[in-house]
Design a protein around this ligand. Structure first.
Ligand SMILES: Cc1cc2nc3c(=O)[nH]c(=O)nc-3n(C[C@H](O)[C@H](O)[C@H](O)COP(=O)(O)OP(=O)(O)OC[C@H]3O[C@@H](n4cnc5c(N)ncnc54)[C@H](O)[C@@H]3O)c2cc1C
Length: 428
């Protein structure tokens, strides 16, 4: 029998929303052990030199400062707390697509590497800035507009859970797929991972419910990517490699049990910072949750589950385990190749749990991660690689089929010809 366990973090309370008029309005909601030791060492070294943080005195940097960027000297970590950023980078919080485009144009013209950060709720460090990069936060791309009946247009910096809650409160429609368990990824981050949830057994993945995406590419060009566009399916799971998504139009479904209500033309702004500049701000944030998730075909399901159980038994102290979760993801019209590269339904099966923290458990966690990597390669399983702690350009190159990797590289080269977005995360 399949169980639906919720693999998401302890929920953060979703705040109540207020209604507004047609003007935007503010609502006050506010590869690893050794590697991670090295990362920590270099991060601390960076931190120690934080006071001497001096970006190169080149025109591009001055221009970015004039465009609202500031010099940051705080070392950040992400939700997983295994990876750390540099302690010397530029950061900026644009409020709309044109500002993002102008910043990207300047950075691109001056070869300044760009890093995009949503809620920093990932665990692989891909949203953490390296030295002298320009970190573009999406938190202020936070407007929700009811533009066309049956859709909602959202800034990509809003947490998915808040969009879901908001739509349900303000209309007789609902968002069919979201992450579960509370405030976690932003809309942009969720798309960058792929996007599945408890209801994927009925409604497939997030990709089936996104109508279009506004993307700022390397040249600062603003493009609107729609479902029929060949790039569309490669955006899901793309981990910030193709540019900065600023807005998405989501398709909603009607809740037939409610009288029709769609606040056409109304627009709202949601303010909900998820990090304080150093780490994810939620209670018990030190209790990071990690998981090892296989995507298995119906034929592979039983074997995959038993392989995961064997890993749990082999490394009993690696995590404070929670019951194995199983989500079914049905295929509707597409399956994004970077998420799952077979045209069929699949199961997301995962072992997961809270970080135990002591040195023996960290050692076991490292061994578990290595055995999990080996299992995936040995049995040719798929995995939810975007959401895991294992990450490196070498791993991605080995993991993806040649066809998928080559196609992604081709799209990357056309949208980001200088390879300035999220350097050293996916591609070397
Ligand atoms: C506890 C926990 C529970 C989770 N639950 C689920 C779940 O139920 N379902 C699911 O599918 N996933 C789940 N995830 C995975 C999560 O969706 C991803 O880690 C997601 O990428 C995090 O989004 P974020 O907004 O925090 O992005 P960040 O961590 O800030 O960034 C992640 C990546 O996305 C890129 N990125 C972010 N925003 C943009 C943008 N606007 N444009 C371009 N690139 C961007 C970043 O550069 C980076 O490469 C969970 C993760 C955790 C830790």
């Amino acid at each position: 029998m399949l169980i639906n366990q919720n693999p998401v973090m302890p929920s953060t309370q979703i705040p109540a929303a207020k209604r507004s008029g047609s003007k935007p309005r503010r609502i006050s909601f506010i590869n690893f052990s050794l590697l991670s030791i090295l990362v920590l060492f270099f991060s601390l070294a960076n931190s120690a030199s934080a006071s001497s943080c001096q970006p190169p005195a080149v025109p591009g940097v001055n221009q970015l400062l004039a465009q609202g960027a500031t010099l940051a000297s705080n070392m950040q970590t992400d939700f997983g707390r295994l990876q750390h950023s540099s302690a010397c980078y530029l950061e900026v919080w644009p409020v709309n697509t044109s500002q993002v485009a102008a910043l990207v144009k300047t950075a691109y013209a001056n070869n300044v590497p760009i890093r995009t950060q949503g809620a920093s709720h990932s665990e692989n460090g891909s949203s953490l800035p390296h030295q002298f990069e320009l970190l573009i936060h999406t938190a202020r791309l936070n407007t929700i507009t009811f533009e066309k009946t049956g859709t909602v247009t959202v800034g990509t910096g809003i947490p998915v859970a808040l969009v879901k809650d908001f739509v349900a409160r303000h209309s007789s429609f609902f968002m069919p797929v979201s992450n579960d368990g509370g405030v976690a990824p932003t809309v942009g981050g969720y798309i960058s991972a792929g996007g599945i949830g408890l209801t994927s057994d009925l409604y497939s993945g997030f990709w089936e419910h996104v109508n279009s995406i506004t993307l700022v590419t390397g040249s600062g060009k603003i493009v609107h990517i729609k479902k029929h566009d060949p790039i569309f399916q490669y955006i899901f799971g793309s981990m910030g490699q193709l540019g900065i998504m600023t807005e998405a139009v989501l398709n909603l479904l009607p809740n037939e049990s409610l009288p029709f209500n769609y606040p056409l033309g109304e627009s709202y702004t949601i303010r909900y910072p998820t990090t304080n500049g150093y780490y994810w701000t939620k209670p018990n944030a030190d209790q990071s949750i990690y998981w090892f998730n296989l995507f298995a075909s119906p034929e592979e399901f039983s074997q995959a589950k038993s392989d995961l159980e064997n890993l749990e038994n082999k490394y009993p102290q690696a995590l404070k385990y929670r019951p194995i979760y199983i989500w079914k993801v049905i295929r509707a019209s597409i399956t994004p190749p970077l998420v799952y590269d077979k045209p069929s339904d699949f199961y997301a099966i995962g072992i997961w749990g809270n970080r135990a923290g002591d040195s023996e458990s960290m050692k076991q966690l490292q061994s578990l991660a290595m055995d999990f990597d080996a299992l995936v390669f040995q049995k040719k399983y798929r995995r939810y690689i975007q959401t895991e702690i294992s990450a490196s350009p070498e791993l991605y190159k080995r993991y993806y089929s040649r066809k998928t990797y080559t196609e992604f590289l081709k799209i990357k080269s056309s949208l980001d010809p200088k390879f300035l977005f999220n350097q050293r995360s996916f591609f070397k």
